[in-house]
Design a protein around this ligand. Structure first.
Ligand SMILES: Nc1ncnc2c1ncn2[C@@H]1O[C@H](COP(=O)(O)OP(=O)(O)OP(=O)(O)O)[C@@H](O)[C@H]1O
Length: 498
């Protein structure tokens, strides 16, 4: 890695490409940032860490120009009137226009020459150069392709090229490896390290300790809107010390959760079959699904009544079952937390109350709100220690990790017989992850069958009784018992990064 490692003491102000000093920000009565600092050197890979709600996204939005600061200052290369393109957020998807070419996606946002054909050629050459900086082979092969034809990780590379060609000096990536295979992750990390050598800095926001340690040089930790660790070399600090600085007492590595003893009552046996594979799961079990989306999504969509024709056959206690819609699955006792929080999880325009009681309303075929719902919703908030100003507030007023807890709160009542979880800890801080693991084990101990897809192997290993691995083509490649579970076996069976 290119940047020199340093301790809190060893800093030289002139070398900072980005310097955010004493940033203050409130939303109404909520004082979110209380003197936050962030200093990034040229060519450094810097991790911005903190628990859910600590203020990371707010700080990022301020430095990338989408929020105004109330007090403090931001400078880039020592200038207080920085180029707004100097900081670029690299999204995993969505930010590109799928039907335009790769080249157009790179040059259109900052096209300086709106008229001449010659201008077009120059823009095209510029786009090619930017993509070649990121990945020569991709620039050779895909410049004229519609973005829709690219893989997810290739789109991420195009995003990086677009940012570079717009003049970005600092790239911001938020948990960039979710859904990447082992080799794609290596390729992305290789690109970021190479760009670092060329003076481009990366700001990594992540709750995944493995990813942070693999990539970053230095970290800043936010807690309650203040920087409690300011530019500490990752080589000088343990995971435990980082977690403690975040204000979370737990150790960084989650301890193995207690195995749920199958409840004597309400015992149930589910058999899932697809050509060549048969899986039998009993009440009290947590069955993990590992691998790229193609494989696990077939199982999940069948269980929640979202695929027609169903990819798998389900038998519950010897009876064949087919759910023709998600509502039918809910009424049969299937709970589901979608991995796509924004599109399929959170009801963004409805208050927290409605978000929590949504499943109960579908299960009971209720349209009108009931007076007991407020009590049920408040109980759910208290049970899961969800920090929200009120059940009448909108979900956008709580942090991303807290929204994830709201989705789980939806399934406290009615308690499902089968709980299907897709990446329920994505974007969730380490302390909250541990609470979610305990919830998963509690649900199993109460007699539920839990089916859980995660791309974070460490959590599958810590919590699951068994894991079905799927290879990159979506075929089941093995069933690993608890004593066979480790990162190497899962990486091998799935082709994904640990
Ligand atoms: N538009 C808003 N209105 C009111 N409160 C807000 C708004 N945006 C953020 N907040 C509050 O600011 C606090 C910090 O949120 P922020 O999203 O910056 O945290 P974070 O560290 O990025 O958390 P996470 O890791 O969960 O993404 C939260 O308590 C959140 O409820």
């Amino acid at each position: 890695m290119s940047a020199p490692r340093e301790t809190q003491a060893g800093t030289n102000a002139t070398a900072f490409v980005l310097e955010a000093k004493q940033i203050e920000k409130s939303f109404g009565a909520t004082h979110v940032l209380r003197g936050a600092n962030l200093r990034i050197r040229r060519g450094e890979i810097h991790a911005l860490l903190g628990g859910n709600g600590a203020g990371k996204s707010t700080l990022i939005r301020i430095i990338s120009g989408s929020h105004r600061l109330d007090a403090g200052s931001i400078s880039i290369d020592g200038r207080l009137d920085p180029n707004p393109n100097a900081i670029a957020v690299v999204f995993q998807e969505l930010a590109l226009l799928p039907h335009l070419s790769v080249a157009e996606n790179i040059y259109l946002p900052h096209r300086k020459c709106a008229f001449a054909r010659l201008g077009e050629a120059a823009c095209y050459a510029e786009a090619r150069a930017a993509l070649a900086l990121v990945d020569e082979e991709l620039a050779e092969r895909t410049l004229d392709w519609p973005v829709a034809q690219l893989d997810l990780h290739e789109r991420q590379f195009v995003e990086i090229a677009r940012a570079l060609s717009s003049g970005a000096r600092v790239l911001l990536l938020d948990e960039p490896t979710a859904n990447l295979t082992f080799s794609e992750t290596e390729r992305l990390f290789g690109i970021l390290r190479r760009l670092a050598q060329q003076g481009i800095s990366t700001l990594l926001v992540s709750h995944r300790m493995g990813e942070i340690r693999a990539l970053a040089d230095v970290c800043t930790v936010l807690r309650d809107g203040r920087s409690v660790l300011d530019r500490v070399a990752l080589s000088d600090i343990s995971d435990e010390a980082i977690v403690e600085a975040m204000g979370q007492k737990s150790s960084a590595v989650s301890p193995p959760a207690p195995r749920g003893a199958p409840a004597a009552s309400a015992r149930m046996q589910i058999v899932l079959r697809s050509p060549g594979v048969s899986l039998s799961v009993a009440s009290g079990e947590v069955l993990g699904l590992a691998g790229a989306p193609a494989g696990p999504s077939g199982v999940i969509e069948t269980l929640i009544g979202a695929s027609r024709p169903a990819a798998w056959q389900i038998t519950i206690d010897g009876i064949d079952v087919r759910f023709s819609s998600p509502a039918e699955a809910i009424r049969a006792g299937v709970g589901y937390v979608s991995g796509d929080r924004a599109e399929k999880g959170i009801l963004a325009t409805l208050p927290i109350l409605d978000n929590i009681v949504a499943a109960a309303r579908v299960a009971d075929r209720r349209i009108l709100a009931s007076s007991r719902e407020a009590t049920a919703a408040q109980t759910a908030l208290d049970t899961l220690s969800i920090k929200a100003s009120s059940i009448d507030a909108l979900p956008q007023t709580v942090s991303g990790g807290t929204q994830q807890k709201l989705l789980l709160a939806r399934w406290l009542a009615p308690a499902p017989k089968i709980l299907v979880l897709e990446e329920p800890t994505r974007g969730v801080d380490i302390g909250t992850k541990r609470e979610i693991y305990a919830m998963i084990r509690d649900a199993a101990a109460a007699g539920c069958v839990v089916v859980w897809w995660s791309t974070e192997f460490t959590e599958l290993i810590a919590v699951c009784d068994r894991v079905v691995a799927f290879d990159l083509s979506g075929q089941a490649s093995g069933v690993l018992d608890r004593d066979e579970l480790d990162e190497v076996s899962l990486s091998r069976a799935t082709g994904m990064a640990a």
